[in-house]
Write a protein that binds this ligand. Sequence first.
Ligand SMILES: Nc1ncnc2c1ncn2[C@@H]1O[C@H](COP(=O)(O)OP(=O)(O)OP(=O)(O)O)[C@@H](O)[C@H]1O
Length: 641
Amino acid sequence: MNSQHQLAHTFELIKLERQADLEYYRQKVLLRSLQQRTQDGTTWYPVKLKRDYIGTGERLIIEIERTNHLEKPHAFQSGKSVTVFSNAAGKPQKENVHGVVNYVRDNTMVITVNGDELPEWIYDGMLGIDVMFDEMSYREMEFALKEVMKAEDNRVAAIREILLGTAESEVRRDDVPALTFSSILNESQQRAITKIIETADVAFVHGPPGTGKTTTLVQAIAMTIKQEKQVLVTAPSNAAVDLLADKLSEQGLNVLRIGHPARVTEQSLSKTLDARIAQHQNYGELRELRKRMEQVRSTALKFKRSFGYHEREQRKQMLQEAKLLKNDADMLEFYIINDLLQNCEAICCTLVGSSHPTLRGKKFKTAFIDEAGQALEPASWIPILRAERVIFAGDHLQLPPTIKSNEAAKSGLAETLFEKGIRKHPERAAMLQVQYRMHEDIMQFSSEHFYKDELIAHDSVKRRILAANQVPVEFIDTAGAGYAEEQDPETLSRFNKEEADLVIRKVEKLIQEIGIEEWHQQGFTMGIITPYRAQVDYIVKLADASAILEPIRSLISINTVDAFQGQERDVIVIGFVRSNDKGEVGFLGDIRRTNVAMTRAKKKLIMIGDSATLGSHPFYLALLDFVQAKEFYRSVFEETF
Ligand SMILES: Nc1ncnc2c1ncn2[C@@H]1O[C@H](COP(=O)(O)OP(=O)(O)OP(=O)(O)O)[C@@H](O)[C@H]1O
């Protein structure tokens, strides 16, 4: 398939994904009655308006309160798009107020409203709030794909042909200066930066777990800014963008965070466009203009119910004056934004955020895409449209992007542009090799299986163990013990009660071996990871009921692997759950998830599973061979509690 066919195919897949996402939304929200939605937590009803005020960047904020104190979980969280409606009789639906959730605490929700006016009905009560479908991301992704397809004789077309077509990557730019590196960078990190600086079009930084991908990227961005003055820095999630924005600021760089203030962390808020406008030297003037405009307009609106000729004329004039004042304010704001855009060094936003109207027409020499192994291809094209060169960083051997449509995932949407590019141009990729997290025995299997055995454990971690009486890796085999997986009939999620019991007993034993005092003092952290939601819930119940775990319960997190991506713990315990006589491993077959789970551990990794079931899959068979060869293997019958 040539590049055009591939893009047309991807276009169809993203349409499928949008449909699946919308269908999910329809089932969960649109097709349900108000009562059902309230029960399910996709609607808060009834709510009342507590107050409305102007927040950061002159945005209108409303604070609402839920009046029936439901303690059930709900779908509202910071960053979600929502709509406020009135259920009062005769209220036209079209007038709903849209906004984005800033935060939710107990029964209170704070929302930044789109637009600068509230309708009168909002003060009349009978209000409710619905979660909304995120149409904007799909629109931007589809738009970007079309632009990439249309591109001819320009940088976008060149990059398209390199990433999807048959074009070669130009090896080296001719204007590269001699590089001097920060002394903290190791050799493979320096090689990656050299590749980034040298490339004329694309480069890939492959960062396996704990290898300092962020550290490397931040240095590379700082060095690129020295040459190019300004760069675009993106990632698929707000959390990843905030992390990078913070690290770049720590390097003393002038960072501008483009994004809805409701969606960025408290720490990044001061770098947002809204906040930076408020810090600008001309902001006082802008504020004054807006205040006057507001005064004139609200006086004009007071005439609303008078119908005399004079009042009508006066009102018209005042509204005209308000309009002129608004024009002045908009012009001044435009000037301030341009000033900020021109003078900052790193513009940081999500992939979809790089389509923000303030960046319209703006071009960059280089765009960086971090966490590119989790970025949907159509979203990755959005920042590429603005750049001459693109640098991807990520690890395609950890978690892939989340996709709702199975069909789209299977037909290719699960493959990222990063993965496609790195396969086509391995010579443009640099893998970071030294990891600063895991004991070498914890690292070894992952390294052999996923990273061509090229990972090296840094001296500071390679022999680090929890305590003298502890080995770094254990595999406890439950085969033959009669454990059986079960399935929740409603959610279809799986669980295995006997295995959950064993996980808790093993954890209790470990804590007793170390000693609770010692554990506390060292503040050892632990993660219990299991692939199924139902098993997570069951283990949480057992852990909460354990008297032994009680004093250090706050140091133990229990969750599915997705919640641990990018994180690390001193101890990781994995319960594989699957135990059946058909040898079915289900979605444990996505071995990248297991790679992520295993590589979160710093000093100790305990795996618990049924070799009779797991062994039917080649990856787990290799894992069993490995633990046996290294004498990390033990049958559950040998365990004493
Ligand atoms: N050259 C280096 N020398 C010493 N320590 C380093 C070096 N590079 C990175 N580190 C350390 O390794 C740890 C991981 O670094 P960083 O957060 O940059 O990794 P990462 O690859 O982004 O992590 P992740 O696994 O979450 O992708 C940090 O504690 C960092 O200080």
